[in-house]
Design a protein. Structure first.
Length: 132
């Protein structure tokens, strides 16, 4: 019981340090893509882990709220991704799949193309769930 309580306390301290409301994963705040899109200014400048449907295609890199938004390429339901050409080549096969992506989130100025924000300095792209 002591171990569980101390682990919970250390996670709570980590979340507070990261300015996470609920959860963190490996030093990154876990945020739903809906919350990130609806209140991007709250997370600007933070390390974020988010799940959504990935588009890992040159000049179309984004993570979408759901498969339908991905298929119709609805930008209002997405966050832009800044990926390197190596990341695109390595992970392109995961386009259209649900992914966990960890990176630094920036809420850009209103004049930028995607007003929902950008995830850059991406350190992990991992497939989650099954959606064939």
């Amino acid at each position: 019981l002591t171990v569980i309580i101390s682990e919970h306390v250390s996670l709570a301290e980590e979340n507070k340090k990261l300015n996470c409301n609920l959860w963190s994963y490996d030093g990154y705040c876990i945020v739903t893509i809906f919350k990130l899109i609806s209140r991007p200014e709250e997370y600007s400048g933070q390390k974020i882990a988010v799940v959504g449907v990935g588009s890992i295609v040159f000049e179309s890199e984004a993570i979408f709220t759901d498969y339908s938004s991905f298929k119709q390429f609805i930008p209002f339901n997405s966050i832009s991704l800044q990926l390197t050409s190596i990341q695109i080549k390595k992970n392109g096969w995961m386009t259209g799949k649900y992914l966990l992506i960890k990176g630094d989130f920036t809420y850009p100025e209103k004049s930028m193309k995607n007003s929902n924000g950008v995830l850059d300095n991406i350190i992990e792209i991992k497939r989650v769930g099954v959606n064939e």
